[in-house]
Design a protein around this ligand. Structure first.
Ligand code: NAD
Length: 246
């Protein structure tokens, strides 16, 4: 992929799953990385493994101070910021008729407001020299799911927010795109595979008959920030093994 070598990236949610796979692939391309996550233990571990190339920052995506500090740390430590990968997310599951307003707000806060806060500070750090941002949405932005109304609604918000950011930042040469993964094998989905009924239901819907490995979401994410994708802006790339077409 063209243009990655020597660049600097921020990755939110980079201590696990898809985010960590993005970190690993960035390091393979000689990109320096500031990881923002809540998991301090894992952050320390990754930092110790790659002391010159990674800085771990305890950061909650729902805190504007934390997102500003994460971006400032990347710039102070590595000189400037070129890429943002906004990956952190979770779902507080529940049926609409039962779900507490607190759980609804927690999900929307982390998934949608977190992407806004990260994007805002990343873009401000890039506006003089350009850059690229990838927001991890979900196939559930297009396909509803039981127990996931808050999550799916917030992920749909991330998709539209991405298009608005692309429109607004084009004059600063900052491209913004979204990835919409289908089912990915990470710590948050382990339970699905252990439950035989759920596993069969999901596999029945996915033409590939398997979940993605995190690396299969990370590599298209890197492609979207690379110079190979220089004319791709404001788009949504569905990476779902064909789930959406069934
Ligand atoms: P994961 O649980 O392995 O990783 C999520 C990371 O985000 C964790 O390290 C966690 O500590 C961090 N995090 C959670 N809340 C945070 C907060 N408030 N502030 C900072 N960090 C926080 O999950 P994953 O499966 O790798 O998911 C990554 C992203 O991909 C999420 O946005 C998720 O919604 C999305 N996604 C996942 C799947 C899937 O099947 N796994 C499918 C579609 C979309």
């Amino acid at each position: 992929m063209k243009g990655l070598e020597g660049k600097v990236a921020v990755v939110t949610g980079g201590a696990s799953g898809i985010g960590y796979s993005i970190v690993e692939q960035l390091l393979e391309h000689d990109v320096k990385v500031a990881i923002g996550d809540l998991n301090e233990e894992k952050l320390k571990e990754i930092e110790q493994q790659f002391p010159e190339k990674v800085v771990g920052v305890k950061a909650n995506v729902t805190s504007e101070d934390d997102m500003k500090n994460l971006v400032d740390t990347a710039v102070e430590k590595f000189g400037q910021l070129d890429y943002g990968f906004n990956v952190a997310g979770l779902s507080k599951p529940g049926l609409i008729m039962d779900q507490s307003f607190e759980d609804w707000k927690t999900t929307v806060d982390i998934v949608l407001h977190g992407v806004f806060l990260a994007t805002k500070h990343e873009a401000n750090a890039m506006k003089e020299h350009g850059g690229a941002i990838v927001n991890i949405s979900s196939l559930n932005a297009h396909v509803p799911m039981f127990y996931g109304a808050a999550y799916a609604s917030a992920k749909a918000g991330v998709e539209m927010f991405t298009k608005n950011a692309a429109l607004e930042f084009a004059e600063h040469k900052i491209r913004v795109n979204a990835i919409l993964p289908g089912l990915v094998e990470t710590p948050i989905t382990t339970g699905f595979f252990e439950n035989e009924d759920l596993n069969n239901e999901f596999m029945g819907r996915i033409p590939e008959r398997r979940a993605a490995a995190p690396a299969e979401i990370a590599s298209p994410s890197l492609f979207l920030v690379s110079d190979d994708a220089s004319y791709i802006n404001g788009t949504s790339l569905v990476v779902d093994g064909g789930w959406e077409i069934t």
